[in-house]
Ligand binder design. Sequence first.
Ligand SMILES: [Zn+2]
Length: 310
Amino acid sequence: MKRTVVLCAAIFSLSFWSCGEESSPTTPTATTLVPVGLPHVSGTIPITYNLHESLPSEWTEQFATIMKNLVVLLPLNTTNFSKVTVYSWNDSIAEPYTNVSGGAYIGGSSQTDKWMVLEIPNLEFKHNHLHQYSVIAHEYFHLHQLSIHSAMSTQDFSIKWLMEGAAAAFESVYTDQYHSPSNQTYFDAQTSVDFLVDGDPSVLENYSSQNVDQNYSSSVFLVLALVKELMKSGYSEADAFKSVLTTFPAQNPTDSNWKSVFESQFGFSVNDFYNVVKTSADYRRIPVTAGVDVAKVRPSRSLTVQSIFD
Ligand SMILES: [Zn+2]
């Protein structure tokens, strides 16, 4: 349930990216703990940290390690924004940073000043839930998307399953590589795909589909099925992920031209892809009317994020 709250908050970020009326946050009473080794720049972008003392030290140390990994993997070389400020705290306290609302999202006081907000539910610390770490990878991946996709940065691209499905798929591959027990997979958090029994995948293009896309499960399914379709046409698994996660947004698709960008890059139309998801035994249970089968789209458990982006 807590996870749902966090992800709903992530949705909010989309309408928040371009908010220009917020004044700069101030931190008169919040104590900032800065663990050793935090990267203060990603690519060309400086990062400022506000890590509240309410966070467990074990978490802030892991946060530093995760940020170091992500900065090396996906440096933010961009002209779409000029700085990143991180605000993070434990939800057991009142929101400590003036003008910074709770949740987990990428927001900002302007187009050039991006905030990475990570309000971590105390229950995730108590129960040692991996979401306390996976959310860092998810939100950082949105910064990567924004850094290479100016139409997303200006909200001229808003196709939800491609943005959120990609971020959540990256989140799961990263978490499996660094945090999940070897006999488990974080993709098990993304199995609520009942919508795709007979739902039209095009509904997942819009953020209003949140009620049928718990934890972005159906959006992740579409991304993983797209990866499998590309593998059928000869891509390696890693290259297929790279094509969906980075090459596609780097072509700067917009809400008006994304279907033609999709077809020219992937070699089949969006509608053909949706029809495969709706009908193919490659991705569905038998009989195919019984719904989609998450086991049929799972990536290799040994897949690494470095193999995708290097
Ligand atoms: Zn997100």
